[in-house]
Ligand binder design. Structure first.
Ligand code: UD1
Ligand code: UDP
Length: 387
């Protein structure tokens, strides 16, 4: 039987991590039925934002790297569409897999759907209901250009239905007759797969960063609303510094390049104070195994990242979310994540609440059984009658 050919499209850090779950499932269970072409748009390009994940998560070298790099939204997305379209016309895949909500996702959705290649969207249906976020526009448009849509949560599945997607469509599926699924989250597949390995390979971090298990906080900040608004960035980082000093709790902060640039350019004095505090560890972005260990060993997580919010739940850590809203609403409803925006009093109150709660929080399994990638690949095969 001829194999089906898929294009696995990545560009930004979390997409490379997500794609590793699909690549691994193809290698482990579907190598006789599916062949994979990896296309990297080049949206992220620093070693620690890209190559490190290929090496560590054992993903094959991309068959194509479009090398698009950083630019304003229009130019970046346009260059990606041009490059992806050329690859699709050359490779003629059976379908194109996209992840999440970045400009790379949108470019893939537009290039694929306009050339009539079925688009498979993993992490479909996520909504913040805030169209000022570039990601919200990317998500909505990508979903509406897709043929198979895999929603990682029940809330996401319901969002799709509210936008007119029908849960009862029957095959053959197409952009005009799409199929929506409620699956788990492929990031949970990764966490289950890599958590033990992270402990084995990255234990040196405790000594290197001078941190102790269950005694430090972990913080990441990278959303444009927090990095490009200097008042917000100042407010968030000053609050973390104050909490760290008051509670004598170390905070590890792997900084996205975007945050690093803004902090150095706009908040030089604060940057110096952070670096001279014995409780703050500002470090470059870390690898996925390192991040996994830091999350697993931390006491509390403060973040504006979508992926890190969920991983805090996987590792049963309370999470303070530096946004007004989140797409992962079940975490907030469950009380194990709190929305604190960039407000010092909300961040401080959430921090005190979670420290006092200790281990009394409950973390139900919202995100599937760790086999979501297998489920998705089976459904793709079914679409092509190749099960
Ligand atoms: C992108 C996604 C965001 C996702 C994040 C994951 C969009 C609109 N945003 O945001 O949804 O959560 O990736 O990390 O697609 N830069 C470097 N080196 C790199 C990459 C970026 O220095 O390897 C710097 C550049 O100054 C660049 C800035 O970071 O202009 C922003 O990069 P960009 O890819 O545009 O957006 P992210 O903020 O990374
Ligand atoms: N991550 C990482 N190193 C870091 C910061 C994050 O490996 O220094 C991982 C994190 O564990 C998660 C993913 O990157 O799996 C989240 O990506 P990011 O926060 O960049 O984007 P988002 O999920 O918000 O789109």
């Amino acid at each position: 039987m001829a194999k089906i050919k898929i294009v696995n499209l990545v560009g930004a850090r979390p997409q490379i991590i997500k794609a590793s779950a699909i690549s691994r499932a193809i290698r482990s269970h579907f190598s006789g039925k599916i062949s994979e072409i990896i296309v990297h748009t080049g949206q992220h390009y620093d070693r620690e934002m890209s190559q490190v994940f290929f090496d560590e998560l054992e993903i094959s070298k991309p068959n194509y790297n479009l090398g698009v790099g950083s630019a304003r939204h229009g130019r970046q997305t346009g260059l990606m569409i041009t490059g992806i379209e050329e690859v699709l016309l050359t490779e003629k895949p059976d379908c194109l897999i996209l992840y999440g909500d970045t400009n790379s996702t949108l470019a893939g959705a537009l290039a694929g759907s306009k050339q009539h290649f079925p688009v498979v969207h993993i992490e479909a249906g996520m909504r913040s209901f805030n169209k000022k976020m570039p990601e919200e526009l990317n998500r909505i448009m990508s979903d509406h250009a897709s043929t198979l849509l895999f929603a990682p949560t029940n809330a996401a599945f319901k969002n799709l239905i509210a936008e007119g997607f029908r849960p009862d469509n029957s095959p053959p599926f197409s952009i005009d007759n799409p199929k929506i699924y409620f699956t788990g989250d492929i990031m949970y597949d990764n966490t289950l797969f890599f958590a033990t390995l992270a402990e084995k390979k990255k234990a040196f971090l405790f000594e290197k960063l001078q941190i102790e298990r269950d005694a430090f906080g972990l913080a990441t900040i990278h959303r444009d609303l927090n990095t490009d608004d200097v008042l917000r960035l100042n407010s968030i980082l000053s609050t973390i510094l104050a909490l760290a000093e008051e509670h004598k709790m170390v905070f590890v902060m792997p900084l996205h390049p975007r945050t690093n640039i803004s902090l150095k350019n706009n908040l030089g004095e604060l940057f110096t104070r952070l670096n001279s505090s014995k409780y703050i560890r500002i470090i470059p972005p870390v690898s996925f195994l390192e991040m996994t260990l830091l999350e697993k060993a931390s006491r509390i997580i403060i973040t504006d990242s979508g992926g890190v919010q969920k991983e805090s739940h996987f590792f049963k850590k309370p999470c303070i979310v530096l946004r007004k809203e989140t797409e992962w609403v079940e975490l907030v409803h469950n009380g194990t994540a709190m929305l604190a925006d960039a407000d010092p009093s909300l961040i401080t109150a959430a921090f005190s609440f979670y420290l006092s709660k200790g281990s009394k929080l409950d973390f139900p399994g919202f995100y599937g059984d760790g086999k979501t990638a297998d489920f998705i690949l089976k459904e793709i095969l079914m679409m092509f009658d190749k099960t």
